[in-house]
Design a binder for this molecule. Structure first.
Ligand SMILES: Cc1cc2nc3c(=O)[nH]c(=O)nc-3n(C[C@H](O)[C@H](O)[C@H](O)COP(=O)(O)OP(=O)(O)OC[C@H]3O[C@@H](n4cnc5c(N)ncnc54)[C@H](O)[C@@H]3O)c2cc1C
Length: 301
């Protein structure tokens, strides 16, 4: 069944748009239009929408802060969902646990934890994503990752049904987890350790400084393009294979961190994708190692 935009518009009003250009929702600043773009502002609205969409059998794509997602130039077919501002919230429960909405930025969670003298959230100040994206990616740095502080996640499925999943029921691994693709994370509980606020502040500033020194900032990138392998960092393999100076049009490799690919202004998503393939091929030719993507690529070819 086709998507009847006018009917959906009658129900969801200003929360739904047609042909919304997605480039502004990705850190690469790239991407074509989404056939239908939905920004729910309540769980009830999202639940009702998912039930409507299920009848049409259209594909649903969820995006968070877009800091790990390359969106193709031809855009995204079906429905793209980005949680609205009501999904960005922070509450302290039981003194050592934070209940946060999935759209909450990691940096905000880190600062909230600091303000409440809760440690182990410092690393989140270095990750520019949202909590939902962080859980799906099991994001982390400096010997920590989301799964280590996670207690449980609240999700909604394609039928609009909501349930809570304990951390132990989810298999987390390096930059990923086995949560089904059709689950949208609504919120999560994260547990920290009580610590003196000044110590947390110090750790947080050290991490931020370390990041600034090792990685480029103020550029259009989605962070690490490839995952590290068992024995090598992806950047080491890229460097060893002499890929650092490679480019396709305005898609370049950062000179500060060669696993960061950059839109140097007016690149096309296709150019970033071509650069990814070119690099992967060269690394394989030189080292025999097949690099695996860390960033997600969505949209029509
Ligand atoms: C400058 C820079 C530095 C970075 N440094 C790090 C780092 O140190 N460590 C690290 O791990 N990553 C890093 N990243 C990558 C990125 O920030 C993380 O992967 C981040 O957690 C992605 O979150 P997001 O909300 O932007 O996800 P998106 O890119 O929007 O989405 C990523 C994935 O999560 C899914 N998703 C998003 N929200 C939800 C939801 N609510 N429910 C279900 N699925 C959802 C999407 O469908 C997609 O599959 C960096 C990126 C940049 C640009």
């Amino acid at each position: 069944m086709s998507l009847k935009f006018d009917e959906l518009k009658k129900i969801y009003g200003d929360n739904i748009y047609k042909n919304e250009i997605l480039s502004k929702y990705s850190w690469f600043n790239l991407g074509g239009p989404s056939e239908i773009f939905f920004r729910p502002n309540s769980v009830a609205q999202l639940s009702s929408f998912l039930q409507e969409i299920k009848k049409t059998k259209n594909k649903t794509t969820i995006i968070g802060a877009g800091s790990n997602t390359l969106i193709r130039d031809s855009g995204v077919k079906g429905v793209t969902i980005k949680l609205g501002s009501k999904f960005s919230f922070l509450n302290l429960i039981n003194n050592d646990t934070i209940h946060a909405g999935a759209a909450t930025l990691d940096k905000k969670i880190s600062n909230f934890a600091k303000d409440n003298s809760l440690s182990n959230f410092e690393f989140l100040s270095c990750i520019p994503g949202s909590l939902g994206g962080g859980i799906v990616m099991n994001s982390g740095c400096y010997e920590n990752e989301i799964s280590k502080i996670l207690v449980s996640v609240e999700v909604i499925d394609e039928n609009g049904k909501i349930f809570e999943i304990e951390k132990d029921k989810i298999n987390f691994f390096y930059r990923g987890c086995d949560l089904p693709d059709n689950f949208i994370i609504l919120s999560a509980k994260l547990k920290g350790l009580k610590l003196d606020k000044s110590k947390i502040e110090k750790k947080q500033s050290e991490f931020i400084k370390k990041k600034e020194q090792s990685q480029p900032s103020q550029i259009k990138t989605c962070g690490s393009t490839f995952k590290n392998t068992k024995n090598y960092k992806a950047w080491e393999l890229i460097k060893k294979s002499n890929c650092e100076k490679m480019f396709v049009g305005k898609a370049k490799i950062s000179q500060k961190h060669c696993n960061f690919f950059v839109n140097e202004g007016n690149a096309k998503a296709t150019e970033i994708e071509q650069l990814i393939h070119k690099t992967k091929e060269q690394v394989f030719k030189k080292t025999g190692i097949k690099l695996e993507l860390e960033i997600k690529i969505i949209g029509e070819r």
